[in-house]
Design a protein around this ligand. Structure first.
Ligand SMILES: *[C@@H]1O[C@H](CO)[C@@H](O)[C@H](O)[C@H]1NC(C)=O
Ligand SMILES: *[C@@H]1O[C@H](CO)[C@@H](O)[C@H](O)[C@H]1NC(C)=O
Ligand SMILES: *[C@@H]1O[C@H](CO)[C@@H](O)[C@H](O)[C@H]1NC(C)=O
Ligand SMILES: *[C@@H]1O[C@H](CO)[C@@H](O)[C@H](O)[C@H]1NC(C)=O
Ligand SMILES: *[C@@H]1O[C@H](CO)[C@@H](O)[C@H](O)[C@H]1NC(C)=O
Length: 555
């Protein structure tokens, strides 16, 4: 796990992160990113491994730990890793999106340094360069509550990290060639669970987890897929939801849960059934052909194979969407549970803050110059050689992008898309409402970097101002992704109090890659160190800022 040799780096980090408390512990990781053969659906293919593993190593840490990851890129292409849902307070320098950082070139290494400040929960990291996520490079990041901070459930006997989702056998290079040629990558080939897939009755399947009878276990489950929502359920066992994307929830019990692309949650499962094998069943949702896979959950000293009769998936189509929306509404924040929370002042009273800006986002697709593109409100984002954040910081933003090409309202009746870097100029500390309107027939998930937001509503049809009366202004879950059902809308609210350049993107990989994303530029009005860290002296520079002297530091 951690190595202790980088004391110098640690000292440097402390100096750089004014505001990071020296007593907050450091965890060091050395990661070698390589190609290697994997076969998540049983078909061998080139995968992206971290220290030889797929999924990659779990980062296990505690609130306020400082994380130092030295990433060595042994791939034949540039690489960037992002830490989705880690808020990177004052620190978009380390966010790992192409708009914030220069990629780690092949044969070189770069050391990420960030603090998991005032957060708890289950998160994922993954590559943001090209379509690399389709070949791996991802893993889980667990943030425990600090000692002395009570957790609203008894300490589980153990924890299991479960990364699951749809999968393509083609690999990221082939998929990228398909998208670059203007076509769609089409439907995934199947569903994987922790890099494997098994079918019911497969006697050779190795258990994903072993539970002792009578004990309770925490399963941290993330959908790391590229396109499909999934439903998961345990044969013969219920699940108690305890955490959703970094928030302790009201602890409802579920037979099955929908989990959308990019989302993580934790459930408690008690081994209270006859001691034998059971299946964890994962199936695709809202896709024409239902795909499913299973993993074996074993009881220690148990006796007997899992039953071949697996619990059925929830309804599909309209009834299934209504069911799923109801399940979303049953997710509530436990207001009395103690936990680290960013921005505690605003947290409890978000329903009383006046909205200063409403941004309504409609996803669309179009063929531009013969090629498929996806966009938001008429703009299809393209990455730039010089990361947006660096161009802006060096005072060269206007050489690289134009602010506010994307408007706060979608253009009605016009599906055209213009290709350009998309940067929305936001005002520091504005309280914004973001409405996601999905006028397409497929389900979408959206993610915002740098913040968590209150997911206050998900409803069918079109949004209108009077829909605000349906918002949950009391105990909506504070999270960083939101699903938007076909021909439906969702509303989220957040205070833009984290200065930096932050990516808002579709979590569907094909859509992200083909432009369905933009960046919020949130500037500290006074260039103050209180609001944002100085650029790290070790920050890689590229494009038009390479070799330039560093601008005057913040004060
Ligand atoms: C993970 O971290 C928690 C809290 O920091 C600790 O109790 C636990 O032992 C760690 N687990 C592993 C596998 O390191
Ligand atoms: C690359 O790795 C070496 C050896 O661990 C380390 O000393 C150096 O600081 C790293 N370089 C960067 C840019 O992180
Ligand atoms: C919320 O958290 C509190 C404090 O830990 C706990 O006692 C309570 O059972 C939780 N409430 C629900 C509904 O889960
Ligand atoms: C919110 O807006 C209302 C109506 O404009 C105003 O009366 C109220 O003072 C505002 N509240 C805050 C906290 O600014
Ligand atoms: C961004 O917004 C701020 C505050 O509204 C404004 O002062 C600034 O001029 C804007 N910058 C651009 C480039 O639009």
């Amino acid at each position: 796990m951690g190595s202790h040799k980088s004391l110098f780096a640690a000292a440097l980090f402390v100096c750089m992160l004014a505001g990071a408390l020296a007593e907050d512990p450091y965890l060091f990781f050395d990661w070698k990113v390589t190609y290697g053969t994997i076969a998540p659906l049983g078909v061998p293919q080139q995968g992206i491994l971290i220290n030889g593993e797929f999924p990659g190593p779990v980062i296990n840490c505690t609130s306020n730990n400082n994380i130092v990851v030295n990433v060595f890129n042994y791939l034949d292409e540039p690489l960037l890793l992002t830490w989705a849902g880690i808020q990177q307070r004052k620190n978009s320098w380390q966010d790992g999106t192409p708009g914030t950082m220069c990629p780690i070139l092949p044969g070189t290494n770069y050391t990420y340094k960030f603090q998991v400040k005032d957060q708890i929960g289950s998160y994922i990291y993954f590559p943001t360069t090209g379509l690399q996520r389709a070949s791996g490079g991802m893993g889980m990041l667990k943030v425990h509550s600090r000692e002395l901070i009570p957790v609203p459930f008894d300490m589980p006997a153990d924890e299991f990290a479960v990364l699951l989702g749809d999968w393509y056998n083609k690999g990221h290079k082939t998929l990228k060639r398909i998208l670059d040629s203007g076509r769609s990558i089409g439907k995934p080939d199947g569903i994987q669970i922790n890099g494997k897939s098994s079918s019911v009755g497969d006697a050779a399947a190795q258990p994903l987890a072993v539970m002792e009878p009578g004990k309770t276990y925490r399963y941290r489950v993330c959908n790391v897929g590229m396109k499909l929502s999934v439903n998961f359920r345990f044969q013969g066992h219920t699940m108690k939801l305890v955490e959703l994307e970094g928030s302790h929830t009201v602890q409802n019990v579920y037979d099955s849960l929908d989990l959308h692309v990019g989302q993580c949650l934790s459930v408690l499962v008690t081994a209270d059934q006859a001691p034998k094998d059971y299946y964890l069943v994962v199936s695709s949702r809202f896709s024409k052909k239902v795909m499913s896979t299973v993993a074996v959950i074993r009881y220690k000293n148990g006796n007997g194979a899992a039953s071949l009769s697996i619990p059925p998936p929830p309804a599909e189509n309209r009834a299934g969407i209504a069911w799923s929306m109801n399940q979303f509404r049953s997710f509530r924040w436990n207001l009395t549970a103690s936990a680290a929370r960013p921005n505690p002042q605003g947290s409890y009273h978000y329903g009383k803050i006046n909205i200063t800006r409403t941004i309504k986002i409609a996803n669309s697709h179009a063929v531009v110059d013969g090629k498929l593109r996806f966009g938001i409100n008429g703009i299809s984002h393209v990455n730039t050689e010089t990361p947006l954040k660096l161009a802006e910081y060096f005072g060269l933003g206007d050489k690289v992008f134009t602010y506010n090409l994307m408007k706060d309202e979608p253009t009605e009746g016009d599906n055209k898309l213009a290709l350009a870097p998309s940067v929305v100029n936001a005002t520091f500390r504005n309280f914004v409402e973001i409405i996601f309107e999905n006028r397409e027939k497929t389900i979408q998930t959206w993610h915002l970097d740098g913040y968590s937001f209150f997911a206050v509503a998900v409803e069918p049809g079109r949004w209108a101002p009077e829909k605000r009366k349906n918002y949950n202004l009391l105990d909506a879950v504070s999270r960083h992704t939101i699903q938007v059902y076909p021909n439906s809308w969702a509303a989220v609210m957040t205070t833009l109090d984290n200065a930096g350049m932050w990516n808002l993107r579709s979590d569907m990989l094909e859509r992200t890659y083909l432009g369905q994303q933009f960046y919020f530029s949130v500037l500290s009005p006074e260039n103050s160190l209180r609001d944002e860290y100085n650029i790290f002296p070790t920050q890689q520079l590229c494009g038009i800022v390479s070799g330039l002297p560093m601008p005057a530091p913040y004060h």
